[in-house]
Design a protein around this ligand. Structure first.
Ligand code: B12
Ligand code: SF4
Length: 466
């Protein structure tokens, strides 16, 4: 019999943003947990919901009737995760929640089907919790570190934090064999002509961007050895024959010495895959750009967030807008596409700051730009700062932190126009850098910029209300 069934509530079919790009990846956290628990001798099953819909997921759970279920949840999958939990509970299962969101809303998750909420890494905690639950049920949970549960009085009890895994190299590779990874690869191949596999080389980010969630790994940073990562890439090559990789790390180039060693190890083994990943401007320089190119990097996302130094400083991002522009040019000079993330609507952002961001995009002409409208994630310093002005959302179990807004800031309508304006401005930057760009393209981009600008102006007095 299965000791634990692991699942999540992500349904690709319900995700319009992801359906537009069709670049799905599996939930690595669950694959890591499964590998660890199996190595400890537990019997584990993963119900991967990515290619299902809610009805199919509920039917699969009803057929399996697992006595113990572990559910991954993040702020977007909350609603689905608690629905799955409710169904499992109704069928008599014990439900454990984990992932980046549940520990920040322990009371709510416990009120919506959860018996236990695990905070941080799940591997060591579950390896202790599973036999504990089998022996003692929900009694004496205070013995297990790293969890929250309901006390006898109904209040939420939190046990001391769980120590993090010290040696990541000693951990087994993610249990990709537990799911139908080929389905992900086929989806990639159909839509993009390539098979792409994700992996991570480290855990945790020591930086302090105040809107970013650190609920799983805190501010720790632990790296795997270059040899261990290369071993995993060889295993991925032998099993899945991918065409490319995605290093799903927070800041892939965080340590230059590590990158040097990793590049040397990959070269020694004759391994080279096109890949994309994320970094920060302060973790790039000419040598790092050369190493990335040597390793096969075809696109690097440089988290920019804003072109206004004032806003970057307010975010405690510890990056420099002018240097960001230089780094975009640097990676492009090595034949690597430069992607950048922009966040609009950070608390205190003014019209002048948005202008600065547009100027930044036009000057630097990144190849790809992803813009989000800021929202306060529970558990972050940003959430605490704006807590008394947070509005939006609705019923917790049907909503998400992404629906939260800050009273007094400009309306979503305004920011949607601003998003379009920034997209047009970065297009103009790219066209200016391209001597072959036709007049018609330029005229279209100017028109789109002007239209969005007028729409921004027309909505400039619209603000969010409580
Ligand atoms: C890769 C990634 C993505 C990929 C996901 C694709 C995929 N399936 O891999 C993409 C780009 C699509 C993505 C999108 C988004 N993401 Co994202 N993403 C990440 C990232 C960078 C890595 C995830 C990862 O693989 N981590 C490595 C594994 C080992 O860690 P883990 O998943 O947390 O798992 C560990 C623990 O959480 C725990 N655990 C996990 N599951 C379970 C289950 C049980 C039962 C238990 C007990 C424990 C447990 O144990 C695991 C092993 O130690 C994280 C940041 C990070 N470094 O983790 C952000 C992160 C998860 N994303 C985040 C956000 C906000 C988003 C978006 C909402 C962004 C947006 N504006 O659209 C969307 C939501 C998409 C969705 N619908 O789910 C936030 C979540 C915050 C929160 N409180 O929920 C994070 C934490 C980033 C951040 N620092 O703010 N993301
Ligand atoms: S946004 Fe990126 S660099 Fe900043 S704290 Fe989060 S993961 Fe680290």
């Amino acid at each position: 019999m299965t000791d634990i069934l692991l699942t999540h509530g992500y349904f690709l079919a319900e995700d319009p943003a992801e359906r537009a790009v069709m670049k799905p990846y599996p939930p690595l956290g669950l694959l890591y947990i499964s590998a660890h628990l199996k190595a400890c001798g537990f019997t584990v099953e993963i119900l991967d919901t990515t290619f299902m819909d809610m009805g199919q997921a509920l039917a699969a759970l009803a057929a399996k009737r697992p006595p113990l279920v572990g559910i991954y949840a993040n702020l977007m999958t909350r609603g689905n995760a608690v629905r799955l939990a409710g169904a499992c509970k109704a069928a008599g299962a014990t439900v454990i929640f984990g992932g980046p969101e549940p520990a920040n809303y322990a009371a709510e998750y416990l009120a919506h089907g959860g018996d236990v909420v695990v905070s941080g890494e799940g591997e060591l905690t579950l390896a202790e919790l599973i036999p504990h639950l089998a022996r003692h049920g929900l009694a004496e949970l205070d013995r297990i570190h790293g969890i929250a549960y309901r006390g006898e009085d109904g209040g939420v009890r939190r046990t001391p934090a769980r120590k993090q895994i010290a040696d990541l190299d000693a951990q087994p590779f993610p249990d990709r064999g537990a799911i139908d990874l080929e389905r992900y690869l086929r989806t990639w191949k159909t839509h993009h002509g390539v098979r792409s596999v994700s992996l991570i080389v480290a855990r945790g980010c020591p930086y302090t961007c105040n809107w970013c969630s650190h609920s799983v790994f805190g501010h720790s940073h632990r790296r795997r050895s270059p040899q261990n990562v290369a071993d995993e890439i060889e295993a991925i090559r032998d099993t899945y024959a991918p065409d490319q990789l995605w290093f799903a790390d927070d800041v892939f180039t965080i340590n230059q010495k590590w990158l040097e060693q990793f590049a040397a190890e990959m070269k020694r083994r004759g391994l080279r895959y096109p890949f994309e990943t994320i970094t920060r401007e302060d973790r790039l320089n000419a040598r790092v750009a050369d190493l990335l190119a040597e390793l096969g990097c075809y696109r690097i996302w440089i988290g920019a967030e804003s072109g206004s130094q004032r806003i970057l400083d307010a975010m405690q991002r510890r990056t420099n807008a002018a240097r960001m522009r230089e780094m975009i040019a640097l990676v492009q000079s090595r034949g690597i596409r430069a992607g950048t993330f922009i966040m609009l609507g950070y608390d205190g952002e003014t019209w002048a700051d948005i202008d600065e961001t547009a100027r930044h995009l036009r000057l630097s002409a990144p190849d790809d730009v992803l813009t989000t409208i800021s929202y306060p994630i529970k558990g972050t310093p940003y959430h605490d700062t704006v807590a008394d002005r947070i509005a939006g959302g609705g019923a917790w179990h049907e909503s998400s932190d992404r629906a939260l807004t800050v009273v007094g800031r400009k309306s979503r309508r305004f920011y949607r126009h601003a998003q379009r304006w920034l997209a047009a401005e970065s297009r103009l930057g790219r066209l200016a850098a391209n001597p072959d760009a036709g007049l018609l393209h330029r005229a279209r981009a100017h028109l789109s910029s002007a239209r969005s600008r007028v729409a921004m102006y027309a909505t400039r007095h619209e603000v969010e209300h409580g």
